[in-house]
Ligand binder design. Structure first.
Ligand code: DMJ
Length: 648
């Protein structure tokens, strides 16, 4: 394929047959010349075209708690309305902006946006006697819906779940195939993509093909490729790289590769092995990957496999509380807490809902959605700290672990992501706890976790150790947040979310371009005082790069929702850095040290999220059509798999 090739692909159901490491390295930061180029702010509010009538939540903030670290240097006149305005007013000067923002070349067509968010409740935030912020609807009372509050309180649900576990090849007492046959008219129709249309997209496709060739040669059928030793890596024994890649290949127009992966799924993907797997990882990667492949290709074989897998994952939900156990044995169909702890990770039990709900909506079998709704309700009912959640939760008691860390990084991250995305998936319902919890959580981020560095004023999201003690540490995982905040703003969240998104995106970019390799470390630290040598720094043990997608994902949302090509240029810098430092003869490898170009210490693993997320988001970021995937119609799961938005 040449750089300018256009691939026309029309796949139909009939045509388709087919966390640490690193030792001491060079601690010196190298600043690129670009860093000091004069320019406008990277993101201008006017770049962002809000859906007409959006921003429906009018929040009175006079009673909200103040974060004293919000705005050390904001001058009067720069302030935005409300007490958080100064918190997000950028202190960045023109001199230290990286790249001058370019005008949007793709004009957004407002008429194509989904219906306005015009029926959402107005809310007010009031401080209660404990200083905790309550969100109070000042319009209608929430609509009471019948809930399966606890799977054990509802013998029907429990009995249905147990029946599905006993007969994983059946739904509603018939084979999965017969059931789907009976609802043929409602099954997904194939989507159409045209392949790469420019040199940058073609370069990403070439990177995918290089990765795929290495995987095929040295690790076919195994979970991951070890591209340096040219061997395979097994985690769950589910061919993770194949299943995670299906939709990426479909979107990129790689018909031959898609078909060979499809054949492997049909003939060789089995779930009967007596082996513990992680509920969350298998849900986002395998269930999400199969469902996305089904919705894009219209090939019902993927839905059959997804349904069998859904049945085999159900034992996790038979805990005393309804909060799922983290580990499930797909063959034995039993589940338990992790061996090392009685607790599940909070992000894990709250990052399975998009997939289970989609499985129910796709099959007209309600149990999958009902079991995850129980989890939603349980977690919603728990006490939180300013809307923020501890990172551990006990599946037996259904309570958060006392004094657990609060973080938007590892084990906390996608709780917040899925509050918003579930609300989008279900048609942005009025008075929905999901969006109210999301808003309260982001307010908690503002008041409890967000700070600026003292000299250069980079905005970052820290952690609360023991739930209380602030630590100026941010995982790369947190760099998903700018994209999620922008997506929320596009759907009616307040202006402050946009401004935080913008500032945080800038900071995440810095975590890349300040490193000699131009690749971000797994964890970055931020100065608390102006006595520290650097505003942003990386400890030697945190200097690894695992080919993670989060920042590229955020760049994608910024491009998709603004059409501003500046974000493509930022992504291109990073893509080239991966090409330079991570590419090896048999694929792309994780690195142990991003702080020294001469000693990157290859770690020899190509995680499946490189294929499902990082390369997919690069490809979509570089598209000439910022709406190649319409974010009004599709919602990406946490592993980068697009699933359809439903109207309710
Ligand atoms: C992916 O598996 C998912 O994005 C998950 O939500 C977080 N970790 C990895 C990528 O970094």
């Amino acid at each position: 394929m040449t750089n300018t090739d256009h691939v026309a692909l029309t796949l139909s159901s009939t045509s388709v047959t087919g966390l640490s490491g690193g030792a001491a390295g060079d601690e010196t930061f190298i600043f690129t010349a670009l860093l000091f180029l004069p320019g406008d702010q990277l993101i201008n509010i006017k770049d962002v075209r809000l859906k007409p009538g959006a921003a429906p939540f009018h929040i009175r903030r006079e009673n909200t708690l103040q974060n004293p670290h919000h705005h050390p240097n904001v001058e009067k006149g720069n302030e935005l309305p409300g007490d958080i305005s100064a918190a997000v007013a950028s202190p960045m000067t023109d001199e230290n902006r990286l790249i001058k923002a370019k005008p949007a070349e793709e004009k957004m067509d407002d008429s194509k946006f989904a219906e306005n968010v015009d029926k959402l409740p107005e809310t007010v935030l009031v401080g209660n006697e404990n200083g905790i912020i309550d969100i109070v609807n000042n319009v209608d009372q929430p609509i009471e819906e019948p809930l399966d509050n606890n799977i054990n309180d509802h013998s029907n649900l429990r009995a249905e779940v147990e029946e599905a576990i006993r007969n994983p090849f059946k739904v509603s007492h018939v084979s999965i195939e017969s059931h789907l046959q009976s609802m043929s008219a409602q099954l997904a129709k194939p989507q159409h993509f045209h392949g790469a249309t420019n040199e940058r997209q073609s370069a990403v496709v070439a990177a995918f093909k290089h990765s795929w060739a290495g995987y095929k040669t040295y690790a076919w059928g195994h979970d991951n490729l070890k591209p340096v030793s040219q061997t395979s890596h097994e985690w769950f024994g589910l061919g993770l790289s194949i299943v995670d890649s299906l939709d990426t290949m479909y979107i990129m127009g790689l018909e031959d590769e898609f078909n060979e992966a499809r054949d492997w799924v049909k003939d060789s993907l089995h779930f009967h092995t007596n082996r513990d797997v992680n509920l969350f990882e298998v849900t986002i990667r395998v269930l999400g990957g199969l469902l996305s492949a089904y919705h894009l290709s219209g090939d019902r074989m993927f839905l059959v496999k997804a349904t069998e897998l859904g049945n085999r994952l159900l034992p996790s939900f038979l805990s005393p509380s309804g909060i799922p156990y983290s580990d499930v044995n797909l063959g034995e169909r039993s589940a338990h807490s992790p061996k090392w702890s009685p607790d599940s990770s909070t992000s894990e039990v709250t990052t399975i809902q998009l997939e289970f709900r989609d499985l129910s909506r796709s099959t007209n079998v309600s149990i999958y959605e009902r079991v995850v709704n129980v989890v939603n309700e349980k977690v919603h009912a728990l006490d939180k700290s300013h809307g923020l959640v501890p990172i551990f939760i006990n599946a037996n008691t259904g309570t958060f672990r006392n004094y657990a860390t609060i973080s938007l990084g590892a084990r906390g991250d996608s709780y917040y992501e899925y509050l918003l995305k579930q609300w989008l998936q279900t048609g942005r319902k009025d008075n929905d706890n999901l969006i109210l919890d999301y808003m309260q959580a982001i307010d908690g981020v503002f008041t409890q976790l967000m700070r600026r560095t003292p000299r250069e004023h980079w905005v970052y999201i820290g952690e609360l150790i023991n739930g209380h003690d602030f630590k100026p540490k941010m995982d790369h995982l947190t760099c998903y947040l700018p994209g999620t905040l922008l997506l929320g703003h596009q759907n009616g969240m307040p202006e402050s979310h946009l401004l935080l998104a913008k500032d945080l995106l800038d900071t995440c970019y810095q975590t890349y371009v300040r490193q000699p390799t131009q690749l971000a470390a797994e964890i970055s630290y931020f100065a608390l005082t102006d006595k520290e040598e650097n505003d942003i720094y990386v400890k030697s043990n945190d200097a690894h790069n695992l080919l993670r997608p989060e920042f590229i994902e955020s760049l994608y949302y910024f491009y998709a929702l603004t059409g501003n090509r500046t974000y493509q240029d930022m992504g291109w810098v990073i893509f080239q850095a991966f090409e330079k430092h991570s590419k090896v003869a048999a694929g792309y490898t994780s690195l142990g040290n991003v702080k020294n170009t001469l000693n990157t210490r290859m770690r020899d693993l190509m995680e499946s999220f490189w294929l499902s997320e990082t390369l997919k988001y690069f490809y979509l970021l570089f598209s000439d059509n910022c709406k190649e995937i319409d974010l009004d119609k599709w919602v990406f799961n946490s592993e980068g798999h697009p699933l359809p938005v439903y109207q309710n």
